[in-house]
Design a protein around this ligand. Structure first.
Ligand code: ASP
Ligand code: MG
Length: 446
């Protein structure tokens, strides 16, 4: 069997749903399991409606209703699904009224609310497939074995999902049924709905593929695959035809918005290939993600992540003493702040965090140990490539930075064999990506 996941823009309207059905029919012999995201921007619209209910007490799901109703009409779906979807809208409206009355939106309520997007799209997709003669069946993730912890908004699947998922899905597939699953969502052990984090449908798909030992996981997007850089920054960006799981994970985490950063883990564990394809251009070969790739180029891709804060912690007294780093990182852990890059010297530790964190309390805690300097407005530029060739990569990268007058403010070439990252000012990062990309991929320099 194979797993085929279609993202929001791949199922954004009736036309796209028909198109996806065509792609699926072309691979029916490979026994697909489908995973769908919420249609178009439905997840964003759900968040907006919750915020409106919370802040202004207005309860409106007009955009969501219009999109789904129009799609159902255009696809000429049956009355049963009409009724089912109508009652889901009722439930959604009641939930928003609840939020507006209690004036509280917890992560738990938010997850329940966001689950409607995927639940609606899976029903529409499955009903349409049935209407064209396919034996499809919509399944909510929890009915297909997705059981998570209670870390609402960014839940982790429990180990038992790995056996539950094949137990639930394989009998259906063997009966010739085409399961259409909601991506992104699960239930915890108490039966509350959870979500796996934004973009989490990728992870749903790779978990199914790994748990069922699928032949491959196909992740259908609205771009041709992983590119050597963001094409908005580097118009000459090229498709990367093959990358390793590790490279894909680093790229996802450090800014290439093609895949969910955690999505590689399940397939990497089981050695199941992941193929990124473009539903708007199905003939394009896409990017294949596998365990290891013969390296012919020093650099696979250049990416950047903006809105980063650099924290410099300097102490002449403590560094070199056992336990100093423990204290530093415990302070971040205590306030739930995730650290991305780290570099240390004898007297200082530099690290980066996402700009969205409030650092007031951690700054107070760290000031007891050392001098703390917080520098906002930074960006991480990440080069994913063959770290064994780091001297060559670094000399070229910093040659480029010097030529355009940019100073690298911190550098980290961690334990990963594929990632070299450095910090520049946010305002410079686009130019750096463009120039570094041009050095490695423009013309015939490599
Ligand atoms: N619909 C969710 C989101 O937009 C999950 C996904 O698309 O993977 O984040
Ligand atoms: Mg989406």
């Amino acid at each position: 069997m194979i797993v085929m996941k279609f993202g929001g823009s791949s199922v954004a309207n009736a036309d796209r749903v028909r198109h996806v059905a065509e792609i699926v029919l072309g691979q029916l012999a490979r026994k697909p399991v489908l995973v769908v995201s919420a249609m178009g921007n439905t997840t964003d619209h759900l968040i907006e409606s919750a915020e409106a209910a919370l802040k202004t007490r207005s309860v409106s799901i007009t955009k969501i209703e219009e999109l789904h109703n129009k799609t159902i009409q255009e696809l000429k779906l049956n009355a049963v699904v009409h009724e089912e979807i109508r009652s889901m809208f009722e439930e959604l409206r009641s939930l928003l009224i609840g939020i507006s009355m209690i004036r509280e939106l917890t992560n738990k309520t938010r997850d329940y609310l966001l689950s409607f997007g995927e639940r609606l799209s899976a029903r529409i997709m499955a009903t349409y497939l049935c209407s064209i003669g396919c034996k499809a069946k919509a399944l909510d993730a929890w009915d297909a074995g997705f059981c998570s912890d209670s870390n609402f908004s960014s839940a982790w699947l429990l180990k038992k999902s790995w056996s539950l998922i094949p137990e639930r899905l394989l009998p259906l597939i063997n009966e010739g049924i085409l399961p259409v699953l909601t991506g992104f969502i699960a239930k915890d052990e108490k039966g509350s709905i959870t979500t796996l984090g934004r973009g989490g449908s990728d992870l749903s798909a790779t978990v199914i593929a790994a748990a069922c030992r699928a032949e491959e996981a196909q992740v259908w997007k609205d771009v041709d695959g992983i590119l050597t850089a963001d094409p908005r920054l580097a118009p000459d960006a090229k498709l990367v035809d093959e990358v390793s799981y590790e490279e894909a994970a680093e790229l996802a985490y450090f800014g290439a918005q093609v895949l969910h950063p955690r999505a590689m883990q399940p397939c990497a564990k089981m050695g199941i290939p992941v193929r990124v394809k473009n539903s708007y251009n199905p003939e394009a070969q896409g990017t294949l993600i596998v365990a290891s790739v013969e390296k012919t180029r020093p650099v696979v891709a250049v990416t950047s992540r903006k809105n980063v804060t650099l924290v410099d912690i300097v102490s002449t007294r403590m560094v070199g003493q056992p336990g100093f780093l423990k204290k530093v990182f415990s302070a971040f852990a205590e306030y739930g702040i995730s650290v991305d890059m780290v570099a240390t010297s004898e007297v200082s530790v530099s690290l980066t965090v996402d700009a969205e964190y409030d650092l007031t309390e951690v700054e107070v805690a760290l000031s007891a140990l050392s001098t703390v300097e917080i520098k906002t407005g930074k960006a991480i530029v990440t080069i994913v490539g063959d770290v064994k060739r780091s001297s060559e990569i670094l000399s070229r990268v910093f040659g480029v930075c010097a030529a355009i007058g940019v100073q690298a403010q911190m550098l980290s070439q961690g334990a990963s064999k594929v990632n070299i990252s450095f910090i520049v000012n946010d305002s410079e990062s686009s130019d750096v990506v463009k120039a570094v990309h041009h050095n490695f991929f423009g013309g015939n320099v490599c």
